[in-house]
Design a binder for this molecule. Structure first.
Ligand code: SF4
Length: 235
């Protein structure tokens, strides 16, 4: 059955079926539960194109080297070496520095929290190395703003679910989902993103999705799934 257009009820059902299948996810994973917000900023940059286990190692190295604050990170001469386990370390060190400089110049969490969501998103997107996905992860998890993270997992599942088609466009999918999502309900988007990641890893694999055991199968037209299978068998 094709669904085509997401509706408030259909998005809620999509979310609820995934909660039923995987349980509450309670992201974002941090090492310091008492002061997690700056760690979320750091993790959002370090996780770009990098497995989370390597991000955790890099964050642990930063913690060992000193307090996890913007000022301390800016003072590390050896920042690239400290985060070397998290992928291209020179590139990510430049991105982290840009984020920290902005954070300090803007007056830290208290002052930045006064910004409205559109302004905050715009300022994050203007920073070196911060793209749409990283900006929305920061908005959602560090500043509790309702934002849909339209990452590659979301595109994969929503294309198959028939809620996204054509050339991938981050802002189009984000706006489409937010238009039918609950207003001012950051916890909903927080769980939705985490559940999408869980579902992509557990069932809706890039190749050969496990549709037979999928909690969304009743409503999913599985668009493109046969193409994926036949192109694999041809290769
Ligand atoms: S039915 Fe298959 S294609 Fe659709 S969401 Fe589930 S695993 Fe993915």
């Amino acid at each position: 059955m094709g669904t085509g257009e997401p509706t408030p009820g259909a998005l809620r059902e999509f979310h609820d079926r995934l909660v039923e299948a995987y349980g509450p996810q309670r992201w974002w994973p941090t090492q310091d539960d008492h002061n997690p917000r700056f760690e979320i900023l750091v993790g959002a940059v370090l996780t770009q194109h990098t497995a989370w286990t390597n991000v955790e190692i890099a964050i642990a190295a930063l913690r060992e080297a000193g307090p996890l604050t913007a000022e301390a990170l800016l003072a590390h001469d050896d920042l690239p070496a400290l985060i070397r386990r998290a992928g291209p370390h020179n590139v990510k060190a430049r991105r982290l520095r840009a984020l920290c400089e902005w954070f300090v110049a803007r007056g830290g969490f208290e002052a930045i929290s006064q910004l409205d969501t559109a302004t905050l998103r715009r300022e994050l997107l203007a920073l070196h190395g911060i793209g749409h996905e990283t900006a929305d992860v920061i908005l959602l998890y560090a500043f509790s703003r309702p934002a849909f993270v339209a990452d590659a997992y979301a595109f994969r599942i929503m294309e198959r679910y028939d809620w996204s088609s054509g050339a991938r466009n981050y802002e189009r999918l984000r706006n489409r989902i937010e238009a039918v999502g609950p207003v001012d309900d950051a916890p909903f988007y927080d769980e939705l993103h985490a559940l999408i990641v869980a579902h992509a890893k557990a069932r809706c694999h890039k190749s050969r999705p496990d549709c037979g055991a999928c909690a969304l199968a009743m409503r999913c037209p599985q668009r493109g799934v046969e193409t994926t299978r036949s192109s694999r068998s041809r290769s």
